[in-house]
Design a protein around this ligand. Structure first.
Ligand code: SAH
Ligand code: SF4
Ligand code: F3S
Length: 477
């Protein structure tokens, strides 16, 4: 995990390898993931499906029989990185002509068979809802044919599949609670790459979290593109207008959060991503009620200007968003808050950009993820609005926003000095073997001397100093 949260490394892409294979079939797999936590979580499902078929793994793609790249399509830059990798893998085919290369995830869904037909870069293309068919598709590819399955599903949640934890620290884990997204934000490709929103059976979520706790994990992050719209009415697919009868037996996100929190007070619960239009007070009260639900909310704003928000189809205004921030501060006074912001969306003026800066001043986020607008094919914005903010203006606005966030992150971190923080230890600090690191409830990284502590331990740390985004202290007893 990155210790620098202003620029999220998980959003830059990173390689992960499969561990602990069983029943070897003699074939080696190399799996690489890009994009958001949801994609990393999906790779753990893919690993599980292939492990059951006897695949072992390798960390060296030159000795792999099968290479899968789980891809992200959120911005053009993300796609370019993946293309570069695929070109490298194509070269690897020269030394191993039997090598099978597959594209999984959001680019697979967006570009479908283009990779096979026009670019001849890969042998297999599989979308996010079709991973159960991977073993079959590998068999087809082994006969020299190309294999594609990009069908999206209204029901698939992989609820019964026990993910193989990849690159795991043994302390923190992701659990997917919804798939897809029904929101249609004008800039966003996700509804096209991941299909309709559906919620996962809460029983299977609780079971997965309980098993993780029993295996020694101490933190779970519940994942969905919009966790607040989680609704289990028995059938999986979220009902548009559930009847009173269906709602009586339904599980809402607040109820799910509570059920996970009740598994054990030593199991921390996080969640991502909250949506300002759907995050009600009920969920905030649930967070406030349980100490083991972390006081941290990632609440993407995208823009501080109501005209831009309307064009983005976000479903809220600047005032509504600030009202939600007030509710968080009122109900969970110690909450850490972070955001996503897009600069230079279609027709954004200088004044509207200033509105984003002033909203940041009003909120003073603990950290944030900031991006220049990247037009994505098929989206509402691509069809309706010209991408008319010049690249250099987008990057200048982005630099201003990043600079302000760096300042706010430093201020917010500094406010933690001189206080005791309850830290869940995640591992050895990158900078020194003598130091451990973990996070406080607000998701800020805390570094402290190792002493006799181990990862997975809760440690009360008295914080004495800080750097930009990291708290530094020592354990108190
Ligand atoms: N479901 C989450 C966001 C998922 S995508 C939510 O609704 O908040 C993560 C972030 O990528 C978004 O919040 C947005 O800030 C950014 N993003 C999405 N599409 C983008 C685009 N076309 N250009 C630039 N940034 C984009
Ligand atoms: Fe994209 Fe909006 Fe859905 Fe988030 S809520 S995934 S930004 S469409
Ligand atoms: Fe990327 Fe798909 Fe996630 S587009 S951000 S991997 S949902």
């Amino acid at each position: 995990m990155s210790e620098n949260k202003v620029i999220d490394e998980s959003k830059q892409g990173e390689a992960l390898m499969i561990e602990q294979p069983v029943q070897p079939n003699g074939k080696k797999l190399f799996l690489e993931s890009y994009g958001c936590a949801m994609n990393f979580s999906d790779s753990e499902i893919v690993a599980s499906i292939l492990k059951d078929k006897g695949f072992t793994t390798t960390q060296d793609f030159f000795e792999a029989d099968v290479i899968f790249v789980n891809t992200c399509a959120i911005r053009e830059g993300a796609e370019q990185r993946v293309r570069q990798r695929l070109t490298e893998y194509k070269k690897a085919k020269k030394t191993n002509p039997d090598l099978i290369v597959g594209v999984l995830g959001c680019m697979a869904e967006r570009l479908k068979s283009q990779f096979l037909e026009q670019e001849k870069l890969v042998d297999i293309v599989v979308g996010p809802d079709a991973y159960r068919s991977l073993p079959e598709l590998i068999e087809i590819a082994e006969t020299g044919q190309k294999a594609v399955n990009v069908l999206l599903s209204k029901e698939e949640t992989y609820a019964d599949i026990a993910p193989v934890r990849l690159g795991s620290n043994g302390v923190t884990a992701f659990i997917s609670i919804t798939r897809g997204c029904d929101n249609m934000c004008a800039f966003c490709v996700v509804p096209f790459t991941r299909g309709r929103e559906r919620s996962r059976d809460p029983e299977t979520i609780i079971r997965e979290a309980t098993e993780l706790f029993e295996q020694g994990y101490r933190e779970v992050t519940l994942l969905g593109q919009n966790v607040d719209s989680y609704l289990w009415t028995g059938g999986g697919l979220k009902k548009e207008n559930p009847s009173a009868e269906e709602l009586k037996d339904a599980t809402t996100f607040a109820q799910l959060l509570e059920q996970v929190a009740l598994i054990n007070t030593d199991l921390r619960v996080r969640f991502s991503t909250s949506h300002p239009k759907d995050m009600g007070d009920e969920v905030l009260h649930t967070i406030a009620k349980y100490n083991n639900i972390c006081s941290y909310i990632h609440l993407p704003v995208q823009s501080g200007n109501s005209r831009i928000l309307e064009m983005m189809n976000r479903g809220y205004t600047r005032e509504w968003y600030l009202g939600r921030i007030d509710a968080i501060r009122r109900i969970i006074p110690d909450a850490g808050i972070s955001m996503d912001i897009i600069t230079g969306f279609c027709s954004e003026t200088e004044e509207e950009h200033q509105d984003t800066l002033s909203l940041m001043e009003a909120v003073k986020y603990d950290f944030g993820y900031m991006f220049a607008y990247s037009e994505r094919p098929k989206t509402l914005a691509e069809r309706k609005y010209p991408d008319d903010v010049p690249a250099e203006i987008k990057s200048r606005r982005l630099a201003e926003i990043v600079e302000l966030q760096v300042k706010h992150s430093a201020e917010r971190t500094k406010a933690g000095v001189g206080k005791v923080h309850r830290v869940l230890t995640e591992g050895v600090s990158k900078k020194s073997k003598e130091q451990l690191f973990g996070r406080n409830s607000q998701n800020t990284v805390v570094v402290f001397p190792k002493e006799n502590f181990q990862k997975g331990d809760y440690v009360n740390v008295y914080v004495e100093s800080c750097t930009g985004g990291t708290l530094i202290g020592k354990a108190i007893y």
